[in-house]
Design a protein around this ligand. Structure first.
Ligand code: ZN
Length: 302
């Protein structure tokens, strides 16, 4: 009888609220770009009344040259919070702070020890002077990002703090297992040197004892000049022609030329800046990377 009454009550409430009001009461949390979105998707899983949105289109890649769109500002103006990678990846942050001073911003990268960028260049590329912003590519950093995110969201959504912290703990355990799996597998590989398209992998390399022998593009969005290409080819040769890694998000033409010129084999790594809208996308992408590294570094080359 109690059950029936509860059902009846639930029915009345549902009819009384109506669909429109339910939409109005939805809390929107915006992630700046794909890797932050995937972490947040896990942290906010099953939190009632919350919708997670990804600001930059999944095809954006890194946010190095990202220009805010009018639609971004509109989405942010009705959001309850913006989750950022931090570490200088969101070069547009000052503009958001100026135009939406009341929007809570959760800096997921807070407290992560930053690596210096190999080649320092001007501010205008969006990197800023804070260091290398590709922090999410070390699972250990990703764990810290998840915890920062959970702590920030727990304050903003106190009613959901319990489920948010439990989600974070569960996800951190999965990421920790992933880290152990990567560490053991990569430690067993004979090769150490890799050449990557842009400077996305230093945190990954540092975590697993790999050496980024050269980086092809300093400005990933800009075509390489013939002079830069010649320089990279020389550096690859000097490093003994280690395997080259393209990134799906960027044109691999320069890498194909370097591969032809040096004989260095060409593979691909996933910087996890785009991918499926799936809870396990980070782990799946990292396991893809492990497979590519195993193929590239698994055999001593002649
Ligand atoms: Zn990048």
């Amino acid at each position: 009888m109690k059950k029936l009454f509860a059902l009846f009550l639930a029915f009345c409430l549902a009819v009384g609220c109506g669909v429109c009001r339910a939409e109005e009461e939805e809390t929107v949390i915006v992630a700046s770009f794909y890797p932050v979105y995937i972490l947040a998707k896990n942290v906010l899983q099953d939190v009632p009344g919350v919708r997670l949105a990804c600001m930059a289109a999944p095809s954006t890649g890194c946010l190095h040259d990202y220009q805010l769109l009018t639609s971004d500002m509109r989405a942010l103006s009705s959001a309850a919070a913006l989750l950022i990678n931090g570490a200088g990846m969101e070069g547009f942050l000052p503009m958001i702070r100026e135009q939406l001073p009341d929007l809570p911003i959760v800096d997921c990268g807070a407290g992560v020890a930053l690596l210096e960028e190999e080649d320092h260049h001007s501010d205008e590329d969006g990197h800023g002077e804070e260091g290398n912003p590709h922090i999410w590519l070390s699972p250990v950093n990703a764990i810290q990002m998840v915890q920062n995110m959970a702590d920030g969201l727990s304050v903003l959504l106190p009613d959901a703090a319990g489920i948010i912290q439990q989600n974070a703990a569960d996800y951190e355990a999965r990421l920790s297992a992933l880290d152990a799996e990567l560490a053991a597998a990569i430690a067993a590989l004979p090769g150490r040197d890799i050449v990557t398209f842009h400077e996305a992998f230093p945190y990954f390399a540092a975590r697993y004892g790999l050496n980024v022998a050269a980086v092809v593009a300093i400005e990933p969005e800009e075509p390489l000049s013939p002079r830069m290409l010649t320089d990279v080819i020389e550096r690859v040769r000097a490093a003994g022609n280690p395997p080259l890694f393209a990134e799906a998000q960027y044109d691999s033409a320069a890498l194909r030329i370097i591969s032809q010129e040096t004989g260095a084999p060409l593979y691909a790594l996933n910087a996890l800046t785009s991918g499926p809208d799936a809870l396990t996308a980070y782990e799946d992408g990292m396991r893809e990377n492990l497979a590519a590294l195993t193929e590239a570094l698994g055999n001593e080359r002649p």
